[in-house]
Design a protein around this ligand. Structure first.
Ligand SMILES: C[S@@+](CC[C@H](N)C(=O)[O-])C[C@H]1O[C@@H](n2cnc3c(N)ncnc32)[C@H](O)[C@@H]1O
Length: 203
């Protein structure tokens, strides 16, 4: 297959490159328009690091869910890599942005407005005074998706400081026991967990 052939590996790599470039432009614009004026919990993960993690754990046809999908870049990336990809995001204007971005990349990634927390879930940290400060509240998004957390093979989240234990707890309580959780960390990069245990490069 030549590099110009739609569906070739080279064509897909070029689409992913273009998606990352557009994703950063959207985040820069969001930074100026929104974050320079008020607090907003959307901070973009390092798209290149997340892309490498998705390639590593790629499994075409597997179901992928992004918790807090913002402008949709990572969910669309997962779709372009062959996952059946979904995003749940609390901010409806970001969901509309994600849908526009998906349309621009002919992506079938699907987004819903809502909370990635299952209905009734309350995070109780075992550490005194540690609480989930930036995860917002809203109607759970799973009903609109028509799927539950344990329908997903791979889940991605970018927790704010102190929220990683909550994401691990969510997977323990509601995820499929063999599902993979990918968490972005500003210093450690993308960390992968299965059954609550970190997966090392050799595992
Ligand atoms: C740190 S940003 C990560 C954005 C994107 N996942 C990435 O890695 O580039 C967290 C996102 O989660 C969203 N969010 C916060 N609480 C949420 C909730 N309970 N349910 C769904 N989305 C939520 C925020 O609006 C924000 O877009």
């Amino acid at each position: 297959m030549s590099s110009d052939t739609p569906g070739s590996d080279e064509a897909r790599e070029r689409r992913l490159d273009a998606l990352c470039v557009e994703g950063w432009a959207l985040f820069d614009e969001f930074d100026r328009r929104v974050r320079d004026r008020e607090f907003h919990p959307f901070v973009a993960a390092d798209y290149e690091l997340v892309r490498a993690a998705l390639v590593r754990f790629r499994s075409p046809g597997a179901r992928f869910l992004e918790w807090g999908s913002a402008t949709g870049v990572i969910t669309i990336m997962a779709d372009l890599l062959g996952f059946e990809a979904f995003g749940i995001e609390l901010d409806a204007s970001l969901v509309r942005q994600a849908e526009r971005l998906a349309a621009g990349f002919a992506s079938r990634a699907r987004f819903v407005t809502g909370s990635f927390l299952p209905a009734g879930y309350k995070w109780r940290s075992p550490v005194a005074n540690e609480f989930s400060a930036t995860t917002g509240e809203g109607a759970s998004g799973y009903l609109e998706l028509g799927m539950a957390l344990d329908d997903f093979d791979v889940v991605f989240g970018y927790p704010w400081s102190g929220e990683a234990p909550m994401m691990l707890d969510l997977m323990r309580q509601f995820g499929r026991s063999d599902a993979l959780l990918l968490m972005h960390d500003t210093t450690a990069g993308v960390q992968a967990y299965r059954r609550g245990k970190k997966i090392t490069a050799s595992s």
